[in-house]
Design a protein. Structure first.
Length: 123
């Protein structure tokens, strides 16, 4: 996402209420608690890394979250300044390896008779 705001402004939005969930509680230190509540769900977890952008520098927020009793996913948000008052937000959400299966799936393309692994979440 390319957002017309400074990294500091974007950081305030992603760590506050409304963007990740209706109500967000984050201890922005490694190992800090994380809680995300919406009207129909609550996800809890912990903070792996939190580095607020300083001036025109990059910011990083990495945390784990998941509903009670279900496997957590790892979310990595990176804020990269792009010019004046623009910030690129990169978001990656990954499942832990024990929640993934490797399945042989035909590879796309012409004349492709080979098979390759495709990751499918086990749900």
């Amino acid at each position: 996402l390319l957002i017309p705001a400074s990294p500091d402004q974007v950081w305030a939005v992603i760590t506050g209420d409304g963007w990740l969930a209706d109500e967000v509680e984050l201890e922005l230190v490694p190992g800090g608690d994380a809680r995300f509540a919406d009207s129909d769900s609550i996800r809890t977890g912990w903070v792996e890394e939190a580095r607020a952008p300083v001036g025109t520098g990059e910011g990083v927020l990495v945390f784990w979250w998941g509903p009670e009793g279900e496997p957590a996913t790892r979310v990595a948000l990176t804020l990269v300044p792009e010019g004046e008052e623009l910030t690129r937000v990169r978001v990656a959400e990954l499942r832990p390896l024990e929640s993934l299966d490797l399945v042989g799936t035909p590879l796309p393309g012409q004349h492709s008779a080979g098979y390759g692994p495709a990751m499918l979440a086990v749900a």
